[in-house]
Design a protein around this ligand. Structure first.
Ligand code: MTE
Ligand code: HPA
Ligand code: MOS
Length: 776
């Protein structure tokens, strides 16, 4: 018996199923682009980066570059036959290379193409560039001071009478919080391999979350039609938003070289150059004015969200929009006005990063909750609860969407009990009274995150399913795999739909040649969209097979039932394999293209009103920390999480997503700090200066649970919910717990107002400030 015809027994949907590439990841056999056998004659490109933050390029001399060993040539903007724009926003503000003016330190100014990567890289240092320096600024405050030029139009969300709400409130919380950016630090860096074909054709292997965008950008730059460009992506070694648009540059450079010299070309920057030349999470400064009362209830919020957008638009529009969409986190504001400022700065153009601006918006909300709590001498958790969205009333968001699926009360109540929050908080307050140097803190923070692309048209997906004569299945869809487990989830959907074993389904690399016009795998919507599109393809094939089975066995179609392993056609059981073979002989089509678009959603940016999110995902976490008040150093001692993924398609994968997201979020809010120096140079472009969390930073006690009772109210695939981004924001309880530990030195009477990331330095500075203020 062929092992692929083994007896079928297991349900595959909603089960713990291991990542299809898990064994290959850990044995090093999963193939990434740099592992692929290179076509004969492959050339290597390397970027030359600017050494000024803002300057006119007066002259460039390549003679030494061209004379260097192995160099085939250089690429500049003059080599772009088509449109000189790699902007995902299509705003024509992002040339391939700096176009006469460099706007940030690290901006690509040319590429050198050579026989080996080492030769190309060495030769980039031989280019002589004459610059005329221009004034520059790199951060939000200096951008605002310089006039606040924006890279893309701002957004305003408004509901209720903010002026009256503020004026009538008995108390006010006013201030500003600085929230740092974050480098994606995907393990596999940016990379592209372009292989020239006949005529205008070019095939790309790109580490991208958005193959269709790579196709468009390459076609546009080469001045050819989309149908001449094929983009293939088997997997990424992490994307985290950093490969939603940032692969464009590398793909275009590889494609330009491949067509110019009619040889394959690969480009892979090293880590320092990757970190210098590609966009990151946006830093924000949130200025706020909040009115509230003695019970801690918020009356009105007025806030401005200044963001370091970098030199061009990229995704700064939708990112700053999403910050505003999450200025409420899980809280109801009777009156609210939120405004975004996507500011031009002389830094790399910032981009998507897990949460897509949402985390920054939510950190702002937690700041004023904390201000209110310390001003009133209460546990911040009480203030949080006092302001949660209601279920039937007090449930309208700042963008006028009604929250219809609120489960935050149950999530928080269950976590508060299971983590023993109240007793632990009491014990910590006692501990702090008796401990002179070490102080502890604990915090419970909620998460509510909106699911759907706010660009409504992005919420569509396609899939292509083939059944072969032996009953084996070929699965393609528009989503990309970056480690998050999308491929296995969609394969589970297909295996479940046909009632076959999971190993009957062959997962194919994503290709623009298989499924066209796809969206980025982003906004956590990969399985919602592609799972449904694949299901639609399966449904079509199943319908044809039922008609066929009924005919074959001379029963009514209604007497045919899909069961595990095949179809029960009246008294006769036909295996899926037999069905496929006989369908072929009877000329029944065994292939289908599926399609899905998210229902219900709409959004009018001009009026700031609509229903941009199909549903919300919820969660909460409790963190406990210990700080050393002499050094500022701290440990995260225990974390408890309860997170909502609806009815999970794969609890094992989802738990991994929750754990990974929490740790990545914790890195953002504690140790990962981007530093630009007075010369406008990014100083933190390697792990030696930029500290991401290590395995040893995972909390020693880490109790992570999915809310098993949760079922998506909307008819999503298997009633599941998106999981990719929302748990990132669970990490907010870490800085909030640090805040409590710091506040303990002044008897919890002064709000610590720590900026993010809360590094040990910031803890120490906070401790010193509060001690001083407490002394008067
Ligand atoms: N998980 C892993 N392992 N690697 C990643 O790059 N990206 C995150 C999240 N989880 C990422 C990840 C981001 S930013 C998003 S939007 C989602 O995965 C995208 O995948 P999904 O829509 O299939 O969840
Ligand atoms: N999230 C992530 N990526 C995006 C979005 C979004 O809302 N819109 C466009 N790209
Ligand atoms: Mo995720 S930031 O939407 O790629």
């Amino acid at each position: 018996m062929n092992k692929h015809q083994a007896p079928i027994n297991l349900a595959v949907l909603h089960t713990n199923t291991r990542h299809d590439s898990g064994p290959k990841h850990v044995t090093g056999t999963a193939e990434y682009i740099d592992d692929m056998a290179e076509p004969v004659g492959t050339m290597h490109a390397y970027l030359g980066l600017s050494t000024k933050p803002h300057a006119e390029i007066v002259g460039m001399d390549f003679s030494a570059v061209l004379a260097a060993p192995g160099v085939i040539g250089v690429l500049t903007n003059e080599d772009v036959p088509g449109v000189l724009d790699i902007s995902s926003a299509h705003m024509h503000d992002e040339p391939v290379f700096a176009d006469g003016v460099v706007h940030f330190w690290g901006q690509p100014v040319l590429a050198v193409v050579a026989e080996t990567r080492d030769q190309a890289k060495r030769a980039t240092h031989l280019v002589k560039i004459e610059y005329k320096e221009l004034p520059f600024f790199t951060d939000v405050r200096s951008a605002q001071a310089a006039g606040g030029k924006l890279v893309t139009p701002p957004l305003k969300l408004e509901r209720g009478d903010v002026k009256a709400g503020l004026a009538g409130a008995p108390r006010r919380a006013k201030g500003a919080i600085t929230i740092g950016g974050q480098d994606h630090f995907y393990l596999e860096g940016q990379i592209a391999l372009a292989v020239p074909g006949e005529d205008e054709d070019v095939t790309l292997y790109s580490s991208t979350q958005h193959p269709s965008e790579i196709q468009l950008i390459v076609a546009q730059a080469l001045g050819i039609r989309h149908n001449a460009v094929t983009v293939n992506v088997r997997r990424m070694g992490g994307g985290f938003g950093g490969k939603e648009t940032q692969g464009n540059l590398f793909a275009v450079v590889a494609a330009l070289a491949a067509k110019k010299w009619n040889r394959a070309c690969k480009i892979r920057p090293d880590r320092d150059d990757d970190m210098s030349a590609t966009g990151k999470r946006h830093d924000f400064v949130v200025d706020y004015d909040v009115g509230y009362d003695e019970t801690g209830k918020i009356h009105a919020v007025d806030a401005v969200y200044g963001a370091r957008a970098g030199y061009s638009s990229d995704l700064s529009g939708p990112v700053t929009d999403r910050a505003l969409f999450h200025c409420d986190n899980a809280y109801w504001y009777p009156a609210v006005r939120a405004r975004s400022e996507p500011l031009y700065t002389n830094t790399v153009s910032n981009t998507a990063f897990r949460g897509f601006g949402g985390p920054q918006g939510m950190v702002g909300a937690e700041r004023w909750i904390e201000d209110i709590a310390y001003a009133l001498g209460k546990d911040p958790l009480d203030i949080r609860k006092a302001n949660f969205y209601g279920t039937d009333t007090d449930n309208v968001t700042p963008y006028h969407q009604v929250v219809e699926d609120n489960i935050i009360h149950r999530i928080v109540d269950e976590l508060e009990a299971s983590s023993d929050y109240q007793a632990r908080r009491k014990a910590i307050v006692e501990f702090n009274k008796n401990s002179a140097i070490l102080k502890k803190g604990i915090s419970l923070t909620p998460v509510k995150f909106g699911i759907s692309f706010t660009a409504t048209w992005y919420n569509q997906a396609g899939a292509l399913v083939h059944v072969y004569k032996d009953g084996s299945i070929h699965l393609s869809h528009g989503g990309t795999e970056m480690g998050q487990g999308l491929y296995i989830k969609v394969a589970q959907v297909v295996a479940d739909a046909f009632g076959v074993n999971l190993d009957t389904v062959k997962i194919m690399a994503t290709s623009t040649g298989k499924v066209p016009n796809t969206s980025a795998t982003a906004a956590s919507s990969g399985s919602d969209l592609n799972g449904m599109a694949a299901y639609d393809a399966c449904r079509q094939i199943k319908e044809r097979l039922v008609v066929h089975a009924a005919k074959l066995h001379q029963v009514e179609e209604s007497a045919c039932e899909w069961v595990q392993g095949g179809i029960q056609a009246g008294p006769k059981f036909v295996t899926f394999g037999e069905l496929a073979a006989s369908a072929y002989m009877n000329r029944v089509q065994l292939s289908a293209a599926g399609f899905y678009k998210t229902p219900k959603i709409h959004w009018d940016r001009a009026t700031g009103r609509g229903h941009p999110f199909y549903y919300f995902s919820y969660g909460a976490s409790v963190s406990e920390v210990t700080i050393d008040t002499l050094t500022g150093e701290y440990t995260v001692d225990r974390v408890d999480i309860l997170h909502d993924v609806g009815k999970s398609l794969n609890p094992a994968i989802d738990l991994g997503q929750v754990e990974g997201a929490f740790v990545q979020g914790m890195g953002w809010l504690t140790t990962e700090e981007l530093v630009w120096d007075a010369k406008g140079q990014l100083r933190t472009h390697a792990p030696s200066t930029y500290k991401i969390p290590l395995a040893s930073d995972v909390p020693p006690v880490f109790n992570v649970k999915l809310a098993e009772w949760s079922v998506n109210k909307e008819p999503t695939i298997g009633r599941s919910k998106a999981v990719g981004e929302p748990p990132f924001m669970l990490a907010m309880s870490v800085p909030e717990a640090l805040s409590m530990a710091v506040a303990s030195v002044a008897d919890y009477a002064i709000a610590p107002q720590l900026d993010m990331p809360v590094t040990p330095e910031r803890v120490l500075i906070g401790v010193e400030r509060l001690k001083k203020e407490a002394r008067g």
